[in-house]
Design a protein around this ligand. Structure first.
Ligand SMILES: [Zn+2]
Length: 111
C-alpha cells in the first residue's frame, strides 16, 4: 500500500481542490484566464500538482484538434480539467504540456 504523497505549494495565493482542499496550483502559474469548458470558465496553468492523468485521447475544440488527457485530483479523484498533450495547429502549440482547470472545481485560498 503506497501512502499518498501530497505536495504543498508555498505561495500565498493558492488554488485548491474544491472537494478535498488539497493544493493544486498558484496564481503565478496562470497563463490564460479566458478558457471555456463544459461547466463554464476555465484557466490555463503552467504547472499543477497532486493530480493523476487519464489516458490520452484526441478531442476537437473551437481552436482545432488536440490530444488531451483528463486530470483528476490525486486525493479525492474528482475530475478537474484536462492537460494538453499535443496541439496540431502551430498557433496552439503553446498549450502543449499545459493544464486546464475548471474554475467551478477550484477553491481560492489566501486571496
Ligand atoms: Zn480533491
Amino acid at each position: 500500500m503506497g501512502r499518498l504523497f501530497i505536495e504543498s505549494i508555498s505561495s500565498t495565493m493558492v488554488y485548491k481542490c474544491k472537494c478535498c482542499r488539497v493544493d493544486l496550483t498558484s496564481s503565478g502559474q496562470i497563463i490564460d484566464k479566458n478558457f471555456q469548458s463544459k461547466s463554464g470558465k476555465a484557466y490555463l496553468f503552467n504547472k499543477v500538482v497532486n493530480i493523476t492523468l487519464g489516458s490520452c485521447e484526441d478531442r476537437s475544440f473551437v481552436t482545432g484538434l488536440h490530444t488531451v488527457s483528463d486530470i483528476h485530483c490525486s486525493s479525492c479523484h474528482q475530475l478537474l480539467g484536462w492537460k494538453y498533450v499535443k496541439a496540431y495547429a502551430d498557433s496552439q502549440k503553446f498549450k502543449e504540456g499545459k493544464y486546464i482547470l475548471e474554475k467551478a472545481r477550484l477553491l481560492k485560498d489566501g486571496w
